[in-house]
Write a protein that binds this ligand. Structure first.
Ligand code: 4NP
Length: 174
């Protein structure tokens, strides 16, 4: 099972919540799904005040838009609401967030390019580093395909986020 260790996870408290940002290309399909799923998992486990969850895109094409209608439909079937408004990932996000999770290799390299030093680099991972069933290392882009691709994205994102949260919550101090 994929069990990468995040470099020195700090103590997570309500005073200093752990900040996670999911990043894809357009911030309308994959990363809003990951944001919604992770927020849902955190709330289900009564950990809402210990985590701050966000998403962004490396491209600005869709800035200001809600999540894609197919992404929202699939998520709602699983009881997950996608509430994000698309925004572009900025270099300053690497200061603010504790963990930045790229959906594919292109996103990963674009984020790495913005990193200003080791303290930034060590925050950046691929979401599928945390997939317990890693048959691929990327969350595939569903944008130009049919609804099945959106179901696949949801499945991959859900099991990866659950595994990630299992690791993070061991550092919560109540
Ligand atoms: P996302 O999907 O990166 O998962 O939000 C895409 C959304 C839009 C485009 C590509 C991928 N686009 O080319 O406009």
């Amino acid at each position: 099972m994929a069990e990468p260790t995040i470099q020195s996870i700090r103590k997570i408290t309500t005073e200093n919540p752990y900040r996670v940002c999911f990043v894809c290309l357009g911030n309308i399909c994959r990363s809003p799904t990951a944001e919604g799923v992770m927020q849902h998992e955190v709330l289900q486990q009564s950990l809402g005040s210990y985590f701050e969850i966000d998403s962004a895109g490396t491209a600005a094409y869709h800035v200001g838009e809600p999540a894609n209608s197919k992404s929202r439909k699939v998520a709602e079937e699983y009881g997950v609401k996608l509430l994000s408004t698309a925004r572009k990932f900025e270099a300053s996000d690497l200061d603010y967030y504790d963990l930045v999770l790229a959906m594919d290799r292109q996103n990963y390299h674009n984020i790495k390019h913005l990193a200003g030093g080791e303290h930034h680099h060590e925050k950046i991972y691929m979401l599928r580093d945390f997939d317990p069933q890693p048959d691929d290392d990327e969350v595939p882009d569903p944008y130009y395909g049919g609804i099945n691709g959106f179901y696949h994205v949801f499945d991959v994102v859900q099991r990866s986020c659950r595994n990630l949260l299992d690791q993070l919550k061991q550092h919560v101090e109540k």
